[in-house]
Design a protein around this ligand. Sequence first.
Ligand code: GLU
Length: 504
Amino acid sequence: MATNTTSPARTRFAPSPTGQMHIGGVRTALFSWLLARQTGGQFILRIEDTDRNRYVPGTEQSIMESLRWLGLDWDEGPDIGGPHAPYTQSERLELYQDATKQLLESGHAYEDDTTPEELEELRIAQQAAGKPPGYDNRGRYKTKEEIEASRAAGKPIVVRFKIPDLGTLKFQDAVLGEVEFDLSLLQDFVIMKSDGYPTYHLAHIADDRAMEITHVVRGPEWVPSTPRHVLILDALGWEKPEYIHVPLILGKDRSKLSKRHGAASALEYRDQGFLSGAVFNFLALLGWSPGDDTEIMTRDEIVERFSIDRILQSPSVFDNEKLAWMNGVHIRQTSVEDLLEPVAAVLEKPETEGGLPASVSRPVDRDYLKQLLPLVHERLKTLNEAAETLSFFFVDEISPDVEALPGRKSDSATAARSLEESLALVKTAEPFEPEHLEAEFRALADRLGVKAGPLFTPVRVAVTGSSMAPPLFDTIVGIGRERVIERIENAIALLNGAGPASDS
Ligand code: GLU
């Protein structure tokens, strides 16, 4: 559906601080942000904390940290203020009380003293009668006197919105088109709770109006509630915003996305060594298409190409492997200079958190790292892999597995001989440079009458501890002649059954 996105949009992300932000929430924030940035509008962060039972202290901080990490900056918000401050709902209760008063006065809402116990009895009776559960609108028929008596007796009083008898209600959604809803399926619902806090239904409407929000971008779980919101807006005589319900995200098995599918929170992706640009790119394509096959895009390209028209209706599937692939591509497209600090940060983490072994002193030498990074740049799928991949360059000693030294197609005796010859070569090779070493090693293989594999594998395992390592001769140069000599000597001693040379 085409919709007006040429004029600057004021959008918001309005999370409830009820725990770690789910990746679906981050995707909603991203689309909302994209719309604001694409149209040159503003993006507002608002904390919806009126459900005091579900409030988890501290989650505002992690929500903000996630958004910041992804580069979703906000123009107004709880930490920076703005013309419509405060941006935390619990600090603006008066606004909701005013709206409630207006709805009570116009007869669109009423006070209700039905107790939680009575609601529970009702539910049990409905269940026994095989009827769907739901409030029976009994509060509509209470007198003012009854309510006052209940108030005097200290009973909890809520305010409910009265569902009008209008048959069906239609609203426009920029993604879903026209949505029609049967109002007889709705019961009078609470807008103001007995603790003086509004429900989401009322609060977000009052805030969206006060904050001059033009486009409400939110998760698909809110579609069934939208008729209530439209009713409240109409009752208050307020203009409706543009609704944009983003599509559902499913796991690869097409069930509701959960941790089981490998989906982590944004900050977990950060901690696992994903680049924020890659996660941004991946999330943008979860429910939006640039209109062609382009997959790899920078933030700026996505901002430029984003449009509501190409938000998809159908659920999008979260594919963790695709994200890993995308991350690798983004790493390759990032220059060594730009990767230097992020990789250094990974290496310098404590060993228990995936950093280099504790024996390696911090900070790591940036010049040395800059020399090494090109060797692994092409292979890294996450930044965290850097610690494991580069570890042997930084540690003093490695302990290769004696079984692994010969490689699969050779034996210990051949490996020991290869290493003896290689040792002599490494000691004298001049210049000590990759191309020259390679030429000498190949000549050595010819002289010995062996193939490259049986000669190179023992050397690779001896100097790196692994048969999977970056290009061998660059690696040898990166480790440095002295340490390579030591490591080859150790490996020879191991093969001869003497244990590491330093111990013998
Ligand atoms: N507080 C709501 C939530 O966290 C916001 C929904 C909306 O964006 O209107 O889901």
